[in-house]
Design a protein around this ligand. Structure first.
Ligand SMILES: Nc1nc2c(ncn2[C@@H]2O[C@H](COP(=O)(O)OP(=O)(O)OP(=O)(O)O)[C@@H](O)[C@H]2O)c(=O)[nH]1
Ligand SMILES: [Mg+2]
Length: 214
């Protein structure tokens, strides 16, 4: 199913070059698609990239120090000792035609200036949300809506966090009914794979309706 639509992704990706469409044997080149894993502080972005990446993920974690108290909102994630200060990077091969490059964003407000650069060339995003601090992901939803960049919402089910229905989360985050929202566990590879497949399905549906913007 995914392979069937690779050509469409390929045409939308940065590597697409129409002059290379002439017949003749050419080395097989998989379409590479850039996906963002985004969301507020401590929602599990680094965890998700690490759970799925087939290469050793690049992380840019720094210790959260006392200096950041009063600057970073640690409420609800008091046990967190490190934070992403630039990006996470990972890769997952879906099949011989499609490779996803995953870019995890930093979550803290003071790193917002990096998001525009990270979003450049991305085809879509996963916005992770934590039901203990749903408001932390408002800004991420807003970011992708403003840019018209397709996204889905993954509700990362932390232990002991309040459980809400998909519709309740959708209402709370004011998400368009056509935007998929699903529950997930960012620590779990299968769950993360499912999230990415839902995002790909969503991109395929949108590509069928309108040109994908990059
Ligand atoms: N119980 C539980 N813990 C999780 C889950 N996802 C992440 N964690 C833990 O929550 C903490 C925060 O996860 P990170 O992946 O660093 O979150 P982040 O969104 O990258 O954080 P920032 O980069 O600082 O914004 C880590 O200690 C993870 O082990 C989850 O699904 N369930
Ligand atoms: Mg992180």
């Amino acid at each position: 199913m995914i392979s069937t639509y690779c050509e469409r992704f390929w045409m939308a990706s940065e590597n697409y070059d129409p002059s290379r469409q002439n017949p003749g044997p050419a080395p097989h080149l998989a379409a590479s698609v850039k996906i963002l894993i985004a969301g507020g502080f401590g929602v599990g972005k680094t965890t998700m990239v690490s759970a799925i990446s087939e290469i050793a993920p690049l992380r840019t974690e720094e210790l959260i120090t006392e200096v950041s108290s009063g600057v970073d909102d640690l409420s609800g994630v008091e046990q967190k000792h490190t934070t992403t200060v630039a990006l996470d990077f990972g890769r997952i091969t879906i099949d011989r035609d499609l490779v996803l490059y995953l870019f995890g964003t930093p979550g803290q407000d003071r790193f917002w200036f990096l998001w525009d650069e990270l979003a450049r060339g991305a085809l879509g995003a996963v916005v992770l949300a934590d039901t203990r601090r749903l408001s932390n992901s408002f800004a991420a939803v807003d970011f992708f809506e403003r840019r018209g960049l397709p996204f889905i919402v993954g509700v990362n089910c932390f232990d002991g966090a309040p459980r809400y229905t998909i519709d309740e989360v959708r209402d709370a985050l004011d998400i368009d009914p056509r935007t998929p929202v699903l529950l997930c566990d960012a620590r779990n590879r299968e769950s993360t794979k499912n999230v990415l497949l839902v995002l790909l399905q969503h991109l395929i549906e949108l590509a069928g309706r309108e040109p994908v913007s990059t």
